[in-house]
Design a protein around this ligand. Structure first.
Ligand SMILES: Nc1nc2c(ncn2[C@@H]2O[C@H](COP(=O)(O)OP(=O)(O)O)[C@@H](O)[C@H]2O)c(=O)[nH]1
Ligand SMILES: [Mg+2]
Ligand SMILES: [Zn+2]
Length: 329
Protein backbone atom coordinates (compact mmCIF):
# COMPACT_ATOMS: atom_id res chain seq x y z
CA UNK A 1 0.00 0.00 0.00
CA UNK A 2 1.38 3.39 -0.98
CA UNK A 3 1.09 6.41 1.29
CA UNK A 4 2.49 9.63 2.66
CA UNK A 5 4.07 9.98 6.10
CA UNK A 6 2.22 12.79 7.87
CA UNK A 7 3.35 12.32 11.46
CA UNK A 8 6.22 10.78 13.35
CA UNK A 9 5.87 10.22 17.08
CA UNK A 10 9.16 8.51 17.68
CA UNK A 11 8.62 4.85 16.96
CA UNK A 12 5.31 5.14 15.12
CA UNK A 13 4.53 6.82 11.85
CA UNK A 14 1.13 7.95 10.66
CA UNK A 15 0.73 7.22 6.97
CA UNK A 16 -2.00 8.71 4.84
CA UNK A 17 -2.73 6.08 2.24
CA UNK A 18 -3.76 6.76 -1.33
CA UNK A 19 -7.24 5.53 -0.41
CA UNK A 20 -7.55 8.38 2.07
CA UNK A 21 -7.26 6.36 5.27
CA UNK A 22 -4.56 6.72 7.90
CA UNK A 23 -2.61 3.78 9.24
CA UNK A 24 -0.02 3.52 11.98
CA UNK A 25 3.17 1.87 10.89
CA UNK A 26 6.55 1.09 12.35
CA UNK A 27 9.97 0.80 10.81
CA UNK A 28 12.09 -2.32 11.16
CA UNK A 29 15.15 -1.76 13.32
CA UNK A 30 17.60 -2.70 10.62
CA UNK A 31 15.96 -0.53 8.00
CA UNK A 32 18.47 2.02 6.67
CA UNK A 33 18.52 4.34 3.75
CA UNK A 34 21.67 4.30 1.71
CA UNK A 35 23.98 7.28 2.09
CA UNK A 36 22.03 9.13 4.77
CA UNK A 37 23.32 9.14 8.30
CA UNK A 38 20.23 10.30 10.06
CA UNK A 39 18.56 9.82 13.40
CA UNK A 40 15.43 8.73 11.61
CA UNK A 41 15.30 6.78 8.37
CA UNK A 42 11.72 7.83 7.61
CA UNK A 43 10.45 11.40 7.91
CA UNK A 44 7.36 13.49 7.36
CA UNK A 45 6.72 13.93 3.67
CA UNK A 46 8.22 10.61 2.70
CA UNK A 47 6.37 8.50 0.17
CA UNK A 48 6.39 4.97 1.50
CA UNK A 49 5.12 1.47 0.97
CA UNK A 50 3.32 -0.09 3.92
CA UNK A 51 2.59 -3.77 4.45
CA UNK A 52 1.26 -5.40 7.63
CA UNK A 53 1.89 -2.31 9.72
CA UNK A 54 5.49 -1.99 8.61
CA UNK A 55 7.08 0.56 6.31
CA UNK A 56 8.87 -1.57 3.77
CA UNK A 57 10.34 1.04 1.44
CA UNK A 58 10.85 4.77 1.06
CA UNK A 59 10.83 6.53 -2.30
CA UNK A 60 13.75 8.75 -3.32
CA UNK A 61 13.38 12.23 -1.87
CA UNK A 62 13.27 15.23 -4.18
CA UNK A 63 14.62 17.32 -1.27
CA UNK A 64 14.69 17.42 2.50
CA UNK A 65 15.40 19.91 5.23
CA UNK A 66 17.64 19.23 8.21
CA UNK A 67 17.38 20.49 11.74
CA UNK A 68 20.43 22.15 13.18
CA UNK A 69 22.26 19.54 15.20
CA UNK A 70 22.00 20.30 18.89
CA UNK A 71 25.18 18.53 19.86
CA UNK A 72 28.47 17.80 18.21
CA UNK A 73 27.46 14.43 16.89
CA UNK A 74 27.58 14.24 13.15
CA UNK A 75 24.09 12.78 12.99
CA UNK A 76 21.66 14.98 11.19
CA UNK A 77 17.99 15.07 11.94
CA UNK A 78 15.92 15.33 8.83
CA UNK A 79 12.78 17.32 9.57
CA UNK A 80 10.75 16.81 6.45
CA UNK A 81 11.09 15.68 2.86
CA UNK A 82 9.60 16.50 -0.53
CA UNK A 83 8.74 20.12 0.14
CA UNK A 84 7.36 22.39 -2.56
CA UNK A 85 7.91 25.62 -0.65
CA UNK A 86 8.51 27.11 2.75
CA UNK A 87 6.91 30.06 4.52
CA UNK A 88 8.70 32.05 7.18
CA UNK A 89 6.28 33.75 9.53
CA UNK A 90 7.81 37.06 10.57
CA UNK A 91 6.70 39.65 13.13
CA UNK A 92 8.49 42.97 13.43
CA UNK A 93 7.50 43.14 17.09
CA UNK A 94 5.73 40.94 19.65
CA UNK A 95 8.18 39.22 19.20
CA UNK A 96 10.73 40.91 16.93
CA UNK A 97 12.25 38.84 14.16
CA UNK A 98 15.78 39.96 13.27
CA UNK A 99 16.96 40.39 9.70
CA UNK A 100 19.80 38.00 10.51
CA UNK A 101 17.23 35.35 11.30
CA UNK A 102 15.29 36.07 8.11
CA UNK A 103 18.43 36.01 6.00
CA UNK A 104 19.71 32.76 7.47
CA UNK A 105 16.36 31.17 6.74
CA UNK A 106 16.35 32.48 3.16
CA UNK A 107 19.94 31.36 2.57
CA UNK A 108 19.09 27.89 3.85
CA UNK A 109 16.06 27.72 1.56
CA UNK A 110 18.32 28.72 -1.36
CA UNK A 111 20.81 26.02 -0.39
CA UNK A 112 18.03 23.42 -0.44
CA UNK A 113 16.57 24.97 -3.57
CA UNK A 114 13.15 25.36 -1.95
CA UNK A 115 11.14 28.50 -2.83
CA UNK A 116 10.62 30.72 0.21
CA UNK A 117 7.92 33.25 0.99
CA UNK A 118 8.01 35.77 3.84
CA UNK A 119 4.69 36.11 5.64
CA UNK A 120 4.54 39.18 7.85
CA UNK A 121 1.99 38.47 10.54
CA UNK A 122 0.18 40.53 13.19
CA UNK A 123 -0.34 43.56 10.93
CA UNK A 124 -3.36 44.40 13.11
CA UNK A 125 -0.99 45.09 15.99
CA UNK A 126 1.57 47.54 14.67
CA UNK A 127 1.93 51.25 15.35
CA UNK A 128 3.04 53.75 12.71
CA UNK A 129 6.77 53.22 13.29
CA UNK A 130 6.45 49.46 13.14
CA UNK A 131 4.35 49.67 10.00
CA UNK A 132 6.97 51.88 8.38
CA UNK A 133 9.71 49.43 9.31
CA UNK A 134 7.58 46.55 7.99
CA UNK A 135 7.13 48.28 4.63
CA UNK A 136 10.87 48.97 4.41
CA UNK A 137 11.57 45.27 5.01
CA UNK A 138 9.06 44.24 2.38
CA UNK A 139 10.61 46.67 -0.05
CA UNK A 140 14.05 45.22 0.68
CA UNK A 141 13.04 41.59 0.21
CA UNK A 142 10.80 42.16 -2.79
CA UNK A 143 13.65 44.01 -4.50
CA UNK A 144 15.83 40.93 -3.99
CA UNK A 145 13.04 38.82 -5.49
CA UNK A 146 11.21 37.27 -2.56
CA UNK A 147 7.48 37.10 -2.35
CA UNK A 148 6.17 38.91 0.74
CA UNK A 149 2.71 38.82 2.27
CA UNK A 150 1.08 40.92 4.98
CA UNK A 151 -1.44 39.08 7.10
CA UNK A 152 -3.23 39.00 10.38
CA UNK A 153 -3.81 35.43 11.42
CA UNK A 154 -5.90 36.86 14.25
CA UNK A 155 -8.48 38.70 12.14
CA UNK A 156 -8.02 36.94 8.79
CA UNK A 157 -6.73 39.91 6.81
CA UNK A 158 -4.62 38.83 3.83
CA UNK A 159 -5.31 35.14 4.38
CA UNK A 160 -7.13 34.62 1.08
CA UNK A 161 -3.93 35.04 -0.94
CA UNK A 162 -2.24 32.65 1.47
CA UNK A 163 -4.84 30.00 0.70
CA UNK A 164 -4.18 30.30 -3.01
CA UNK A 165 -0.43 29.89 -2.54
CA UNK A 166 -0.89 26.76 -0.45
CA UNK A 167 -3.18 24.97 -2.86
CA UNK A 168 -1.84 21.65 -4.06
CA UNK A 169 1.55 22.16 -2.45
CA UNK A 170 3.53 20.81 0.47
CA UNK A 171 4.47 23.88 2.52
CA UNK A 172 6.76 23.98 5.50
CA UNK A 173 5.94 26.65 8.06
CA UNK A 174 8.67 28.16 10.18
CA UNK A 175 9.31 31.13 12.43
CA UNK A 176 10.13 32.12 15.97
CA UNK A 177 8.05 30.89 18.81
CA UNK A 178 5.16 33.31 19.33
CA UNK A 179 4.94 34.74 15.80
CA UNK A 180 1.59 33.04 15.27
CA UNK A 181 2.25 29.77 13.42
CA UNK A 182 -0.47 27.87 15.25
CA UNK A 183 -2.91 30.77 14.94
CA UNK A 184 -2.10 30.90 11.22
CA UNK A 185 -2.81 27.18 10.76
CA UNK A 186 -6.01 27.44 12.83
CA UNK A 187 -7.19 30.26 10.59
CA UNK A 188 -6.71 28.04 7.53
CA UNK A 189 -7.81 24.77 9.11
CA UNK A 190 -10.15 25.67 11.98
CA UNK A 191 -11.11 22.07 12.74
CA UNK A 192 -7.56 21.40 13.99
CA UNK A 193 -7.98 23.79 16.89
CA UNK A 194 -4.24 23.87 17.67
CA UNK A 195 -3.13 25.25 20.97
CA UNK A 196 -1.84 28.80 20.81
CA UNK A 197 0.32 30.45 23.42
CA UNK A 198 0.90 33.83 24.98
CA UNK A 199 4.21 35.35 24.03
CA UNK A 200 5.39 35.05 27.62
CA UNK A 201 4.58 31.35 27.63
CA UNK A 202 6.11 30.87 24.23
CA UNK A 203 9.44 32.13 25.54
CA UNK A 204 9.89 29.09 27.72
CA UNK A 205 8.82 26.75 24.98
CA UNK A 206 11.13 23.85 24.41
CA UNK A 207 11.98 23.47 28.06
CA UNK A 208 8.72 21.79 28.92
CA UNK A 209 7.18 20.85 25.61
CA UNK A 210 8.11 17.91 23.48
CA UNK A 211 6.23 18.36 20.28
CA UNK A 212 6.50 16.54 17.01
CA UNK A 213 6.35 18.07 13.61
CA UNK A 214 3.16 17.28 11.82
CA UNK A 215 1.79 17.55 8.33
CA UNK A 216 -1.79 18.78 8.01
CA UNK A 217 -3.84 18.05 4.91
CA UNK A 218 -5.54 21.06 3.36
CA UNK A 219 -9.06 20.30 2.35
CA UNK A 220 -10.09 20.63 -1.23
CA UNK A 221 -12.04 23.82 -1.59
CA UNK A 222 -15.22 22.00 -2.63
CA UNK A 223 -14.66 19.62 0.30
CA UNK A 224 -15.01 16.46 -1.71
CA UNK A 225 -13.41 13.46 -0.08
CA UNK A 226 -11.39 10.75 -1.72
CA UNK A 227 -14.49 8.66 -2.41
CA UNK A 228 -16.19 11.56 -4.07
CA UNK A 229 -18.63 12.16 -1.25
CA UNK A 230 -19.54 15.68 -0.42
CA UNK A 231 -19.58 15.90 3.31
CA UNK A 232 -18.30 18.20 6.00
CA UNK A 233 -14.99 17.21 7.52
CA UNK A 234 -16.56 17.38 11.00
CA UNK A 235 -18.66 14.34 10.11
CA UNK A 236 -15.73 12.19 9.21
CA UNK A 237 -14.19 9.54 11.39
CA UNK A 238 -10.64 9.99 12.55
CA UNK A 239 -9.27 7.54 10.05
CA UNK A 240 -10.76 9.45 7.13
CA UNK A 241 -9.13 12.44 5.54
CA UNK A 242 -10.81 14.65 3.04
CA UNK A 243 -9.06 14.65 -0.28
CA UNK A 244 -5.98 16.71 0.42
CA UNK A 245 -5.34 19.75 -1.67
CA UNK A 246 -1.87 20.32 -0.30
CA UNK A 247 -0.28 20.04 3.12
CA UNK A 248 1.10 22.35 5.77
CA UNK A 249 3.96 21.19 7.94
CA UNK A 250 4.25 22.77 11.38
CA UNK A 251 7.61 22.50 13.06
CA UNK A 252 7.00 23.43 16.69
CA UNK A 253 10.02 24.01 18.84
CA UNK A 254 12.50 23.79 16.00
CA UNK A 255 15.52 25.97 16.71
CA UNK A 256 16.32 26.62 13.10
CA UNK A 257 17.57 24.76 10.12
CA UNK A 258 21.05 23.50 9.50
CA UNK A 259 22.44 23.23 6.05
CA UNK A 260 24.98 20.62 7.02
CA UNK A 261 26.47 20.52 3.56
CA UNK A 262 26.88 24.31 3.22
CA UNK A 263 30.48 25.22 2.44
CA UNK A 264 31.83 28.63 3.43
CA UNK A 265 32.70 29.48 -0.16
CA UNK A 266 29.13 28.73 -1.23
CA UNK A 267 27.40 31.01 1.29
CA UNK A 268 27.53 34.07 -0.96
CA UNK A 269 25.71 32.07 -3.64
CA UNK A 270 22.73 31.81 -1.27
CA UNK A 271 22.32 35.58 -1.03
CA UNK A 272 20.82 36.32 -4.43
CA UNK A 273 21.98 39.90 -4.80
CA UNK A 274 25.44 39.17 -3.38
CA UNK A 275 25.78 36.30 -5.82
CA UNK A 276 24.81 38.62 -8.66
CA UNK A 277 27.43 41.25 -7.79
CA UNK A 278 30.11 38.65 -6.99
CA UNK A 279 30.29 37.80 -10.68
CA UNK A 280 32.18 41.08 -11.13
CA UNK A 281 34.74 40.59 -8.35
CA UNK A 282 38.36 40.63 -9.49
CA UNK A 283 39.18 37.30 -7.84
CA UNK A 284 37.05 34.23 -8.39
CA UNK A 285 37.72 33.07 -4.82
CA UNK A 286 36.79 36.47 -3.35
CA UNK A 287 35.26 36.22 0.12
CA UNK A 288 33.84 39.77 -0.20
CA UNK A 289 35.40 40.82 3.08
CA UNK A 290 38.64 42.71 2.26
CA UNK A 291 39.79 41.87 -1.27
CA UNK A 292 40.75 44.60 -3.74
CA UNK A 293 38.41 44.80 -6.71
CA UNK A 294 35.53 43.29 -4.74
CA UNK A 295 32.30 44.24 -6.51
CA UNK A 296 30.23 43.18 -3.50
CA UNK A 297 31.98 45.61 -1.14
CA UNK A 298 31.55 48.35 -3.74
CA UNK A 299 27.85 47.54 -4.02
CA UNK A 300 27.47 47.72 -0.24
CA UNK A 301 29.18 51.15 -0.33
CA UNK A 302 26.70 52.35 -2.94
CA UNK A 303 23.75 50.78 -1.02
CA UNK A 304 23.04 48.46 -3.94
CA UNK A 305 23.38 45.69 -1.37
CA UNK A 306 21.75 46.47 1.95
CA UNK A 307 24.00 46.58 4.99
CA UNK A 308 21.68 44.28 6.92
CA UNK A 309 21.94 41.62 4.23
CA UNK A 310 25.71 42.00 4.03
CA UNK A 311 26.01 41.72 7.82
CA UNK A 312 23.91 38.55 7.73
CA UNK A 313 26.28 37.17 5.12
CA UNK A 314 29.26 37.97 7.35
CA UNK A 315 27.60 36.40 10.37
CA UNK A 316 27.03 33.18 8.46
CA UNK A 317 30.56 33.26 7.07
CA UNK A 318 32.04 33.65 10.54
CA UNK A 319 29.40 31.60 12.28
CA UNK A 320 29.79 34.23 14.95
CA UNK A 321 26.17 34.65 15.92
CA UNK A 322 25.56 30.96 16.13
CA UNK A 323 24.88 30.84 19.87
CA UNK A 324 23.05 34.11 20.10
CA UNK A 325 21.08 33.13 17.05
CA UNK A 326 19.97 29.86 18.58
CA UNK A 327 19.00 31.45 21.86
CA UNK A 328 16.76 33.83 19.98
CA UNK A 329 14.14 31.19 19.23
N1 LIG B 1 -2.67 40.64 17.43
C1 LIG B 1 -2.34 39.47 16.87
N2 LIG B 1 -1.98 38.46 17.64
C2 LIG B 1 -1.67 37.28 17.05
C3 LIG B 1 -1.73 37.10 15.65
N3 LIG B 1 -1.35 35.84 15.37
C4 LIG B 1 -1.08 35.25 16.55
N4 LIG B 1 -1.26 36.11 17.57
C5 LIG B 1 -1.06 35.85 19.01
O1 LIG B 1 0.31 35.58 19.23
C6 LIG B 1 0.47 34.59 20.25
C7 LIG B 1 1.31 33.43 19.76
O2 LIG B 1 0.61 32.78 18.72
P1 LIG B 1 0.88 31.23 18.36
O3 LIG B 1 -0.02 30.92 17.22
O4 LIG B 1 0.79 30.37 19.56
O5 LIG B 1 2.41 31.31 17.88
P2 LIG B 1 3.41 30.13 17.51
O6 LIG B 1 4.30 29.94 18.69
O7 LIG B 1 4.20 30.63 16.34
O8 LIG B 1 2.61 28.92 17.16
C8 LIG B 1 -0.94 34.18 20.66
O9 LIG B 1 -1.28 34.88 21.82
C9 LIG B 1 -1.79 34.60 19.48
O10 LIG B 1 -3.11 34.89 19.85
C10 LIG B 1 -2.14 38.23 14.85
O11 LIG B 1 -2.24 38.20 13.62
N5 LIG B 1 -2.42 39.38 15.52
MG1 LIG C 1 2.63 26.99 17.92
ZN1 LIG D 1 34.06 40.13 -3.72
Amino acid sequence: MHGLVIKNTGSWYTVLTDEGTTVQAAVKGNFRIKGIKSTSPVVIGDHVEVADGMITSVADRKNYIVRKSINLSKQSHILAANLDQCFLIVTVSHPATSTTFIDRFLATAEAYNIPATLVFNKIDLYDDDEREYLDALINLYETIGYHCLKVSAANGEGMDSVRQLLEGKVTLLSGHSGVGKSTFINRLLPHLNLRTADISDAHDQGTHTTTFSEMYPIEAIDNVDSRGNNEKSANKTNSQWPMANGFIIDTPGIKGFGAFDMQKEDISDYFREIFKWSQECRFSNCTHTHEPGCAVLAAVERHDISLSRYNSYLSMLNDEDEDRYRQGY
